[in-house]
Design a protein around this ligand. Structure first.
Ligand code: ZN
Length: 337
């Protein structure tokens, strides 16, 4: 073989190998920063009780962990009907023992999605099949409904697959809307429409699947713009302020703040069929610096398959729920290095 051909082949192997390692590292980043450890044997379900796709999790003021799940219903992205899920879709778990202490939400939902608990322990839920947002008390009594049952739209009375809710300190309601629409809608504390912003696209202020929404201690609105692999930040009137976007934060599926102002982010990756699947959790300080990064894609305990939701417990512990074939809720604690 001619020398130049040999050199060319060696170079080609080297370049492909380098590219592979680079991509591999991008999709399988090593854990770094603070360490989080799985708490085993949490939760503990009674005999005969099982959990479905976990789309939402949040923690009440006393530490109880509320889980919104799809029970026997499986969603793989297909068109949704209006058949109600017959089993309880809300599980309330003891944060320490993991015991099931209450359940409700049977014969009400079609496709559970977002779960948020406000400072008064109201439970805010979204259903992407019903196109509605609901406010319940912690025992499951319905207090408010936004949107029209089973009817999608993008006006002040309709959503199109709303994904998540954030409640401001003055009680204002912000809805990320959603899979169908590409906007954030704002309502007063008593449910009157105020404004909305955003449209489908990649420009500043546009969205591609606004999938999660959270408010920081200054009242700024953070939107996980999942399809655009970024978090966009707005003021309370919907005016764009800035964004967080980088290869290291990946594709945000869920975002939540802890009391210290740190931002926790679920990076669900692209989940395409042609490249490595990725799943991890990130902790960012208020400057956007990464304080912790852990987790990987897989079905072993401590790994994640389509992690979809995250909540921070009253002792700083994390609860992470998975959809697709994940169908579980896992608890992690911050452990010394
Ligand atoms: Zn979702």
């Amino acid at each position: 073989m001619k020398l130049y051909l040999r050199i060319a082949i060696v170079l080609l192997i080297f370049i492909v190998g380098f590219g592979f390692v680079y991509e591999f590292k991008k999709y399988y980043p090593q854990p770094s920063g603070e360490t989080y450890q799985l708490v085993s044997n949490w939760p503990q379900f009674p005999e005969g009780v099982s959990i479905g796709q976990v789309s939402g999790v949040a923690v009440a003021s006393n530490g109880d962990v509320f889980v919104f799940h799809r029970a026997e219903r499986i969603w793989e992205g297909e068109e949704l009907g209006l058949d109600l899920i017959q089993s309880a879709t809300i599980f309330v778990l003891d944060n320490e023992t993991g015991n099931l202490i209450n359940s409700w939400g049977a014969n009400f939902f079609v496709m559970p999605h977002g779960l948020t608990i406000d400072k008064d322990d109201n439970i805010w839920l979204t259903d992407v099949g019903l196109h509605q947002v609901f406010k319940f008390d912690r025992d499951g009594n319905l207090l408010m409904t936004l949107g029209e049952r089973g009817i999608s739209g993008d006006d002040e009375y309709h959503f199109n697959m709303p994904t998540d809710v954030a409640i401001a300190s003055d009680g204002s309601i912000y809805v990320s809307d959603g899979y169908g629409n590409s906007r954030v809608a704002k309502f007063s504390a008593d449910g009157k429409y105020i404004t909305s912003w955003g449209s489908y696209g990649t420009e500043t202020g546009q969205f591609n699947t606004p999938h999660s929404i959270a408010i920081d201690s200054h009242g700024q609105i953070y939107v996980a713009d999942r399809g655009n692999a970024r978090i966009q930040i707005f003021n309370e009137n919907g005016e764009y302020l800035s964004e967080i976007k980088s290869e290291s934060i990946g594709r945000p599926w869920a975002i939540r703040f802890d009391n210290a102002g740190n931002l926790f982010l679920v990076d669900g990756g692209d989940q395409n069929q042609f490249w490595f699947e990725r799943a991890r959790i990130l902790k960012l300080d208020s400057q956007g610096n990464i304080l912790a990064s852990f987790g990987s894609y897989g079905e072993e305990t401590g790994q994640f398959i389509w992690p979809h939701t995250i909540a921070i417990g009253i002792n700083g512990e994390l609860y992470i729920g998975e959809v697709a074939t994940g169908m579980r809720i896992q608890k992690f604690i911050n452990a010394p290095n």
